[in-house]
Design a protein around this ligand. Structure first.
Ligand code: NDP
Ligand code: GDR
Length: 377
């Protein structure tokens, strides 16, 4: 334990004093979030702090800082009254998971950590399986090892990538799965092991089958953020042209802030179940591009087809978008559109941010970031 604390003490000290959060919930609400440094982890931590939780997060050792999304809420664990604390760990390391859970004794665990990039999963298939599939098992077994099976509620970040090849539109909790990538297959294992531990050991464990959700905190290599950042750079004269892969892919895009609320709602329900969170509407990558450019008063006109297709500014004729087959996937998921009615009915969950507002918020935020010279997050 001492060695662990000594090591964790090396997590850099936050710059600001602890924030003023509402009082701690008297019912001891302690959340442990894996993947707290990611897009969803940062929004979820904010939400739980605002609800009176003590929040613990697992972060990976990195040669450069990976805490930029949570710097504004992080407090050192030795700070008096600290409400948000970080621990070094990794989903590939069972011992550290047992260690952290036995120390923190969480009442809720949100498993958001993952190698989350679909295309990268084709290059790192085995690693993706280690983290996204076996990592989920390690975490569930760590709960059992710590004798917390009936004391912890567990949320698993499942995904619409489980549906993969379209069987029906829209996709609901009853739609059969057909994953199309090592990522999707690894997450399929995660889905079933959560369901199995719920049935076998009576664990309170839920799968949130979440459709794509984005925000200004989205990683730069996902298509929405790639587009919003490029549009901002083109607007400010720092980039000539944006290169993309499949412009016709259709996704059901919502805002991450809405979706973390749904994660929390799942763990407050009387019974553990699996839920789809989605907007119920679909849009193409092409539409995202058009709307993003509209925000900077550029109308995109498409010319050519397939790999030769380009998007031009309708007024100047300048080429602003190109298709680059390097971004095509070995196996593509063409169409995802979710049916969120179960979550609406049973959890009272609803998405609030529209597709148009999402695109506008992302482009506006990236224009600000590029102006401030902060390209990386
Ligand atoms: P991100 O890629 O932004 O964040 C992933 C997080 O996992 C990061 O904190 C990352 O740490 C951490 N992580 C990666 N590998 C490990 C590991 N081996 N051990 C511990 N932590 C690790 O993902 P999102 O926030 O967008 O997504 C959260 C979860 O939800 C993921 O599981 C994703 O697969 C799933 N999901 C996401 C959807 C979306 O549209 N965003 C939709 C459906 C599911 P680091 O910062 O150090 O890299
Ligand atoms: P996805 O998100 O694969 O749905 O996984 P991503 O934004 O990477 O791709 C969405 C669609 O856009 C097409 N596309 C491109 N994608 C990227 N990244 N880069 C490009 O240049 C590009 N051009 C076209 C893709 O082919 C794809 O069809 C995300 C992740 O957050 C997962 O972790 C999560 O489980 C699912 O969403 C739901």
């Amino acid at each position: 334990l001492d060695a662990h604390f000594a090591e964790s003490a090396e997590i850099p000290l936050p710059q600001d004093p602890p924030r003023n959060y509402p009082p701690l919930d008297p019912n001891r609400k302690v959340a442990l979030i894996t993947g707290i440094t990611g897009q969803d982890g940062s929004y979820l931590a904010e939400l739980l702090l605002s609800k009176g939780y003590e929040v613990h997060g697992i972060i990976r050792r990195s040669s450069s800082f990976n805490t930029s999304r949570i710097e504004h809420i992080y407090e050192h664990k030795y700070a008096e009254g600290a409400r948000m604390m970080l621990h070094y760990g990794d989903l590939t390391d069972s011992t550290c998971l047992v260690h952290i859970i036995s120390q923190v004794k969480p009442t809720e665990i949100y498993n958001l950590a993952a190698q989350s990039h679909v295309q990268v999963s084709f290059d790192m298939a085995e690693y993706t399986g280690q983290v996204d599939a076996v990592g989920t098992l390690r975490l569930l077994d760590a709960i059992r090892t710590c004798n917390l099976t009936d004391k912890v509620r567990f949320y698993q970040a499942s995904t619409s990538e489980l549906y993969g090849q379209v069987r029906e539109i829209p996709q609901s909790e009853k739609t059969p799965f057909y994953p199309r990538s090592p990522y999707g297959v690894a997450k399929l294992y995660g889905f079933w092991i959560v369901k199995n531990y719920r049935e076998a050991y009576g664990m309170y464990a839920c799968n949130g089958i979440l459709f794509n959700h984005e925000s200004p905190r989205r990683g730069f290599t996902f298509v929405t953020r790639k587009i919003s950042r490029a549009v901002a750079q083109i607007h400010l004269g720092q980039l000539e042209c944006l290169s993309l892969g499949n412009l016709n892919a259709l996704r059901d895009w919502g805002h991450a802030r809405d979706y973390v609320e749904g994660m929390w709602l799942m763990l407050q329900s009387d019974k553990p179940e699996d839920y789809v969170l989605a907007t119920g509407r679909r849009h193409s990558v092409r539409e995202f591009v058009e709307l993003a450019f509209k925000h900077i008063n550029i109308n995109i006109q498409w010319e050519g087809a397939g790999e030769d297709e380009v998007g031009k500014c309708s007024e100047s004729g300048r080429t602003l978008v190109r298709v680059d087959p390097r971004y095509y996937r070995p196996a593509e998921v063409e169409l995802l559109q979710g049916d969120p009615r179960k979550a609406q009915r049973e959890l009272g969950w609803r998405h609030k941010v529209s597709f148009k507002s999402l695109v506008e918020e992302m482009v506006a935020a990236d224009i600000k970031m590029v102006q401030q010279g902060k390209l990386h997050m």
